[in-house]
Ligand binder design. Structure first.
Ligand SMILES: Cc1cc2nc3c(=O)[nH]c(=O)nc-3n(C[C@H](O)[C@H](O)[C@H](O)COP(=O)(O)OP(=O)(O)OC[C@H]3O[C@@H](n4cnc5c(N)ncnc54)[C@H](O)[C@@H]3O)c2cc1C
Length: 433
């Protein structure tokens, strides 16, 4: 919808879109159905037996599964005990619920927000991280006015500030209030809506006045499910916070039990979970088949990329400038503004920026390897894999800059940012010496 409305500026006006939320929800459910159905089919092709239900350890070689049915977690009362030689725990995480939040359909977590039941007039995003801002973008485009409350001093913590700044400027019109360094301390369900009260996180600073919302999205983080599977009965260690510690082969303290995904630690991301799962499965298969190469598999990724699927997208990987500063690492910056990208200009979306950071320590002798990078702009998430590959391969600015990127593409901005760092970019005015 945003892209279509933006086309009017380029001379193609499609008019005001008509929203059919029922149809939109059906499309979303179809997409999910196709993807999860595809997973189930692939498991079947590989002769994986699926048992549906809530599992708990009984011992180091047994789980009990209480069968569930329907669309949710409705229990049938039937219990099955399964014996295993090896086990991979992948029980994930769940949204943190603030204890003072009323149980009310107008208070939702990300799962509730994804149900896409209706579009609120006023929506509070509680927690200015990726999940909250992504969901907020959706509801705002569908017509909701947004407030966001965040305890820290900036939105989208963890991302490079130069990138977030661009996103924030573009998205300012979606928000009535951006409440930073502010805590949410109470909420009451009233007929008019959910009345939320705030407190400043800074001493001596006045808190924003209480506000009433049609929908409150709790997106204050996720907590691992480690304490919900009776891991102690299998002798598997679980931390106080519910994470399961594992070694580089994804092995828990019990040698034949492995764990992967959100339950083993940050970042809680699907692509990290899948890579970890491959390692666990390969190690187990190798040990069973005597295949030394598989048995030696290990999770040793240098970096794991993150993407905020907002508009524009924000994508980053490796070290950020703030992290480099905090760790005392000297970096050389290559920043390429998309105002100089032919493709971005033609798209009418030239607000983006690509930024790369290279090691500039004396030992690097001016040819430091890439340590991190990111971009804000349309399709940023589709491009960040190249930066991750460059870090994995230990590329320097010449490797990236001299790699021929096709013109005119947004991906060119990565090569250009490397050229900026190297000092050989001719697509920008000469840098001041
Ligand atoms: C709103 C939202 C948006 C996200 N967007 C992205 C994104 O864009 N990109 C990305 O990489 N990641 C994203 N993530 C994170 C990603 O979903 C997780 O990192 C990933 O799913 C973790 O995989 P997992 O296997 O560890 O856990 P999950 O995918 O959570 O799977 C755990 C499964 O175990 C089941 N389970 C739990 N306990 C039991 C039990 N006792 N018995 C039986 N079953 C049990 C759960 O029902 C669940 O199906 C997002 C998460 C949320 C909430």
């Amino acid at each position: 919808m945003d892209e279509v409305s933006h086309m009017a500026d380029l001379g193609v006006d499609f008019g005001t879109p008509k929203l059919d939320i029922g149809k939109l929800r059906t499309h979303k459910e179809k997409v999910i159905g196709k993807l999860t159905g595809g997973l189930a089919a692939m498991a079947k092709m590989r002769k994986v037996t699926t048992v549906r239900g809530v599992g708990e350890f009984l011992s180091a070689n047994h789980v009990v599964v209480e069968e569930t049915t329907g669309a949710g977690q409705e229990k049938t009362g039937v219990k099955k005990v399964l014996a295993f030689k090896n086990c991979i725990i992948a029980a994930g995480s769940q949204a943190v619920r603030l204890p003072f939040m009323p149980k009310d359909p107008r208070v939702v977590d990300s799962t509730g927000a994804l149900a896409l039941k209706e579009v609120p007039k006023r929506m509070l995003i509680l927690g200015g991280g990726i999940i909250g801002l992504e969901m907020g973008t959706v509801y705002s485009t569908l017509g909701a006015r947004l407030d966001v409350v965040e305890m820290m001093d900036g939105l989208m913590q963890g991302a490079d500030r130069d990138l977030v700044k661009v996103w924030q400027k573009m998205n300012a019109p979606r928000f009535d209030n951006i409440m930073l360094k502010t805590k949410t301390v109470g909420a009451k369900a009233t007929k008019a809506g959910i009345e939320v009260t705030f407190e400043s996180a800074e001493v001596g600073v006045a808190a924003p006045a209480p506000q009433v919302y049609d929908m409150v999205l709790q997106a204050v983080g996720r907590t691992p499910n480690g304490k919900k599977i009776a891991a102690e009965k299998a002798g598997v260690s679980v931390t106080d916070r519910g994470f399961i510690p594992v070694d580089i082969q994804m092995r828990t303290n019990v040698p034949h039990i492995f764990a992967i995904g959100d339950i083993v630690g940050q970042p809680m991301l699907a692509h990290k979970a899948v890579h970890e799962a491959h390692v666990a499965a390969e190690v187990i298969a190798g040990e069973i088949q005597g295949n030394k190469e598989l048995a030696a598999s290990a999770f040793n990724a240098r970096v794991i990329p993150s993407v905020a699927y907002t508009d524009p997208e924000v994508a980053w990987v490796g070290l950020t400038e703030d992290q480099a500063k905090a760790q005392g690492i000297k970096v050389k910056k290559g920043l390429f503004p998309w105002t100089a990208s032919g493709r971005a200009i033609a798209n009418g979306r030239d607000e983006g920026v690509t930024k790369l950071l290279f090691d500039d320590s004396p030992e690097a002798h001016g040819h430091g390897k890439i340590l991190g990078g990111g971009m804000v702009g349309t399709h940023a998430g589709d491009m960040i894999g190249e930066v991750a590959l460059a870090i994995e391969m230990g590329a320097d600015a010449i490797d990236i800059g001299k790699t021929i990127h096709p013109h005119p593409t947004l991906g060119e901005s990565i090569g250009m940012a490397a050229e900026v760092a190297h000092g050989s970019c001719t697509d920008l005015p000469p840098s001041k010496k």
